[in-house]
Design a protein around this ligand. Structure first.
Ligand SMILES: [Mn+2]
Length: 367
C-alpha cells in the first residue's frame, strides 16, 4: 500500500478516536517499545481526553502472556487496540486476529512478513515510510512523526531519544539527539540512564514494567523517574550483565574463518540476553555474534547481532531454523532473535555454520 494512503488511514483512525472508546495499548517491553508506547498513550489522551484502559507489555512468542492480555482486554471491554514495536505479522495468523478487536492500529519497524492491512487493521510498517533499512526507523521516532500529524507530541522528544539509544541507532539520528540535548540542557549520559533503567526493570522485575510505565507517564520532570525506587533494579542489572560480558572471552566458541562467535549462557533472568549480546557486538562489530540462552521449559532462545550489515541476521536465523519443529526466528538485519526446543540447539548451530560456510566459501573463490 502506498505511503499517502496509509497516512490517510492513520489520521482517519486517530480522528475517529473519542472519549467513549475503550483503548488498549500493547507494547514491546524494551526501551524502544516502552518509549513508543508512552508516546502513543500520551497521544491517545490528548486526542480523547482519556488514558488507555489496558496497558500491557508483550514479549514475542510468549503465548501464555498473549492469552492473558486477550482475556484482560475482553474483561475491560476494549474496542480499539494499539500495538507498538511488535512484529505481530511474524506470528501465526490467529494471534494477530485475537489481538485485533473492533479496530487495531499497529506501528512497527520489524521487517514485514505479511501485510496485515485490512478494514479492521491499520498496519504501519517503517518500510512503507522509509527507503533506509527499517531497523533504523525505530518505532519511537516513527510513532513520534506519525502522531505529530494529528496532535502535538513535540515535548516527547526525550522519549524518542530513549528508543533510538535502546535500539542502537545513535549513529543514524545524531542530529535529532543533539537537538534534544541542547533544547533540554541535558547530556547523552542522562538519556542513557533511562535506557538502562527500563532495561533493568525489564530484566530484573518484568512484572513491574507497567508500574514503571505509569511512573514515566505521570512524571512532571523526567529526572524524577531516575530517582525513583526503580533505581535498585538498574544496579542489579548492571552487575549481572557485566559478569556475563566479562565471561565472553573465556567461554565463547570462535570461528574466525566465518567471523562468527557462539556464546552459551545460563542466566537467571530471561530478558538479559539481548543486552549482553548488544555490548559484545559493540566490541566485535564486524563479526556475527550469536548468544544462546538455556532456559527452563525445554527451550533455547538466541539473539544474533552484527553491526556492519555484511550478513543479514534475520535471514540467517530464519534459514538456520528451517525444518526445526516449533522454531521461531525474526527481527532486523543487524539484530535478530529466535528460539528452538533444547534438543535442537546443536542442529541450529550446525545450520548456522553451514550457511555461513557457503557464503564465505563463495566469496573466497571469487577473490
Ligand atoms: Mn524497536
Amino acid at each position: 500500500m502506498e505511503k499517502s494512503v496509509l497516512l490517510q488511514r492513520f489520521t482517519g483512525f486517530c480522528k475517529n478516536l473519542n472519549s467513549t472508546d475503550r483503548i488498549a495499548l500493547i507494547y514491546h517491553g524494551d526501551a524502544d517499545g516502552f518509549s513508543s508506547g508512552l508516546i502513543a498513550a500520551k497521544a491517545v489522551e490528548s486526542i480523547t481526553g482519556k488514558k488507555p484502559v489496558v496497558v500491557c507489555h508483550f514479549e514475542y512468542g510468549d503465548r501464555a502472556q498473549g492469552r492473558k492480555i486477550v482475556s484482560l482486554m475482553r474483561k475491560k471491554k476494549v474496542n480499539k487496540v494499539l500495538i507498538m514495536d511488535i512484529g505481530i505479522d511474524s506470528a501465526p495468523h490467529s494471534m494477530a486476529e485475537k489481538f485485533c478487536f473492533e479496530q487495531c492500529l499497529v506501528i512497527d519497524h520489524h521487517q514485514m512478513c505479511r501485510d496485515l492491512n485490512s478494514e479492521k487493521m491499520v498496519f504501519l510498517k517503517a518500510e512503507f515510510f522509509t527507503d533506509k533499512d527499517p531497523s533504523s526507523y525505530v518505532t519511537s521516532k516513527f510513532a513520534f512523526d506519525l502522531f505529530n500529524e494529528v496532535t502535538d507530541v513535540g515535548g516527547l522528544d526525550w522519549l524518542v531519544c530513549i528508543g533510538i539509544i535502546g535500539d542502537m541507532n545513535l549513529r543514524n539520528w545524531q542530529e535529532f539527539i543533539q537537538k534534544t540535548i541542547e533544547k533540554r540542557n541535558v547530556s547523552l549520559t542522562w538519556l542513557y540512564r533511562f535506557v538502562e533503567l527500563i532495561a533493568g526493570v525489564e530484566v530484573m522485575a518484568e512484572d513491574k514494567i507497567e508500574q514503571l510505565f505509569w511512573q514515566f507517564y505521570n512524571a512532571k520532570d523526567p529526572s524524577d523517574v531516575l530517582e525513583s525506587g526503580f533505581k535498585k533494579y538498574l544496579e542489579q542489572f548492571r552487575e549481572e550483565k557485566e559478569e556475563l560480558v566479562r565471561a565472553f572471552d573465556g567461554k565463547a566458541e570462535p570461528f574466525p574463518e566465518l567471523e562468527l562467535f557462539f556464546y552459551d549462557i545460563k542466566a537467571k533472568h530471561e530478558n538479559i540476553k539481548s543486552y549482553v549480546v548488544n555490548e559484545i557486538s559493540e566490541m566485535h562489530p564486524n563479526s556475527t555474534v550469536i548468544l544462546l540462552q538455556y532456559l527452563g521449559g525445554g527451550r533455547v532462545r538466541f539473539s544474533a547481532r552484527r553491526q556492519d550489515f555484511k550478513v543479514r541476521m534475520n535471514d540467517l536465523l530464519v534459514e538456520a531454523t528451517k525444518g526445526i519443529p516449533e522454531a521461531t526466528a525474526g527481527g532486523h538485519v543487524p539484530a535478530a532473535a529466535g528460539s528452538v526446543p533444547k534438543q535442537f540447539a546443536g542442529q541450529f548451530k550446525k545450520n548456522v555454520i553451514k550457511i555461513l560456510g557457503e557464503k564465505y566459501g563463495v566469496q573466497k573463490s571469487r577473490e
